[in-house]
Design a protein. Structure first.
Length: 150
C-alpha cells in the first residue's frame, strides 16, 4: 500500500482478541506501525518512544496501533512489560503484513529470511494513507517526532 490508497475497515484482532476496525476511531488519524518482533531491542525502543509521547500524539488527533506477527499472548506480555497504552494487532496469519506490502525478504549476517519490514502508515480519518515512513526512514528511538514534526 502507498500514499492515497484506501485501507480496509477491518484491520485484525488485538492482544485480547477484540476486532479492530478503522470505523471505531471516531475521526482520528491512525498511526499504524508494523514492527518485526516483540521483546527485541529495536522494537522495544520504538514502542517505548511511542508510549512516552502517547499523550502528545493523542492531543494531536492520532491513535496508535502496532502490528506484528507475534501471538496475542506475546503481545500481552510485551504490553505489560513496557506499560504500553495502545493496542497491538496479532497478525499471526500474516494477512495485514502482506496486504500492506511489508512482508518480504530480509538479510542478517549473510542469511536471507522472510520477515516484517519496519514501516509506519499514517492513515487519515477517511481511511486513506496520508503518509508512509519507510524501513530506511524509521528512527526507533525518535519515532514519535517523525510522526508529529512532519
Amino acid at each position: 500500500m502507498q500514499k492515497g490508497d484506501k485501507v480496509p475497515d477491518l484491520l485484525g484482532h488485538d492482544e485480547n482478541g477484540n476486532e479492530i476496525r478503522l470505523s471505531q476511531l471516531d475521526g482520528k488519524k491512525l498511526v499504524l506501525y508494523f514492527y518485526p518482533k516483540d521483546m527485541t531491542s529495536g522494537c522495544t525502543a520504538q514502542a517505548c518512544n511511542l508510549r512516552d509521547n502517547y499523550d502528545r500524539l493523542k492531543s494531536d488527533g492520532y491513535e496508535v496501533l502496532g502490528v506484528s506477527i507475534d501471538t496475542a499472548r506475546k503481545h500481552q506480555q510485551f504490553i505489560e512489560k513496557n506499560q504500553l497504552p495502545f493496542h497491538l494487532i496479532a497478525d499471526i496469519e500474516k494477512t495485514l503484513v502482506q496486504q500492506f506490502g511489508v512482508w518480504g525478504e530480509k538479510k542478517l549476517y549473510g542469511r536471507s529470511y522472510m520477515g516484517t519490514m519496519r514501516t509506519t502508515f499514517i492513515i487519515a480519518p477517511d481511511g486513506t494513507i496520508e503518509r508512509v515512513i519507510t524501513p530506511k526512514e524509521v528512527q526507533t528511538k525518535d519515532h514519535a517526532s517523525q510522526i508529529l514534526d512532519k
